[in-house]
Design a protein around this ligand. Sequence first.
Ligand code: XMP
Length: 517
Amino acid sequence: RVLILDFGSQYTQLIARRVREIGVYSEILPYDVGDEHIRDFGASGIILSGGPESVALEDSPRIPPVVFDLGIPVLGICYGMQAMAMHFGGRVSASDEKEFGYAEVTLDQPSQLFRGIEDRVDGNGRGVLEVWMSHGDKVTELPEGFVTTCTTASAPIAGMANDQAHLYGLQFHPEVTHTQQGRRLLERFVLEICGCEASWTTEAIIEDQIARVREQVGDDTVLLGLSGGVDSSVVAALLHQAIGDQLLCIFVDTGLLRYREGDEVMAIFAEHLGVRVERVNARDQFMDALAGVSDPEEKRKIIGREFIRVFEAAAKRHQEASWLAQGTIYPDVIESAGAKTGKAKVIKSHHNVGGLPEDMNLKLVEPLRELFKDEVRRIGVELGLPAELVMRHPFPGPGLGVRILGEVRPEYVEPLQKADHIFISELRQAGLYDKVSQAFAVFLPVKSVGVVGDARRYEYVIALRAVETIDFMTARWAYLDHEFLDHVARRIINEITGVSRVVYDISGKPPATIEWE
Ligand code: XMP
């Protein structure tokens, strides 16, 4: 296993994912987590991430000496390389000249890390790599025992190595895909230099988790709030495999789900997989609670509160359950303060719909806690979940409650579900669904005039939204083909009573959010 010490780079998670893609388990800990944690981790190698600070400054983060006391290979990336250079007596200079983006590095002194890895050879017979650089500071003097492995015009020491001590530094980022040979460099480090085995495979993860869950819960009954989202679905499939009928899923149908979603969830889990699922039809309860409320945050709170009520009532009916399973995944853990110590527990709210109260007196089981989303998806497929479910766009916890603008009225739900269904199935059919990150319809409770056939219609508006994004923090609207949009809009207006106009949202995030509320 590989330990990644985080100095605050935006790419740290990416390093961990890349290492796992190579088949080696990796975890991220903050650089100042403490010697004990670093020792106890039992790493075969350590990767030091990049970071936003300047090594040249007195009080910037330093590498804890224990890292080098362990005698295992260490790879420093960007800030990690600079900090390593400083640690061993080299020199790093702050510079105003920033290099950011695509760069070509020329290979210099031979090292085990680069052996046989290059994109092409230049006129002088030297290997050249196309890489992704992002740095202000740079190493200007090598520490003793190190050689320069590669160089660029603006960073004469763009890589360094001490092969004997298995210490390596890269000023560029091997973890981003723009670095053509990045994966091979990481493979070289992790598999050959650290000597790790590529045994972190989907089957191995499943086997390992099944064994752990069995040991953890024994003969007890486990309760799971199944939502139809990717994470809780994979937890359901995994726990079903591990403990069969000891798993009881509660599926709360809020009435604010996607088109026919309630029936689909039951078909997949109860009928197809044979999972014990109790469906609670709580549509009226949610509608009643939402009546007259139009503020988005207020609506979110109400939906969260009602969800907890329904779930708690179901839990009460099942006093035999002593565990609560949750679909917490690794990014949730890292992004919370829990990652600081690697120990704290994080409770993921039901899709952020408020969170379940602690006094439920249930112990937590979180089998996806160490997994990235792409690993979760692979496990889901392996466990027999339909690819369509596993590869689904995100869906907000409050569901259509925040896609019906303003007051949620029962009569708005069906037109919205149908419009969304038309949009999504057309996207799928056109092969566009996987090209956009999230797509959906929004119901606008304003009336506009239209003419359908010979009749004048004065009906509601549907807005279509499709965005492309990597992290959902920023997004751009998807440039969908006009013919395609035309076709979708015609279908919506012709097939759905109560809708006379369709618009396409061309707002980016920021300033607009992805959802309309
Ligand atoms: P925004 O609208 O903030 O959305 O740009 C970013 C991502 O978060 C989802 N989203 C939510 N998810 N509960 C959720 O579980 C919510 O209340 C919520 N609001 C937004 C949104 O769908 C998008 O993927």
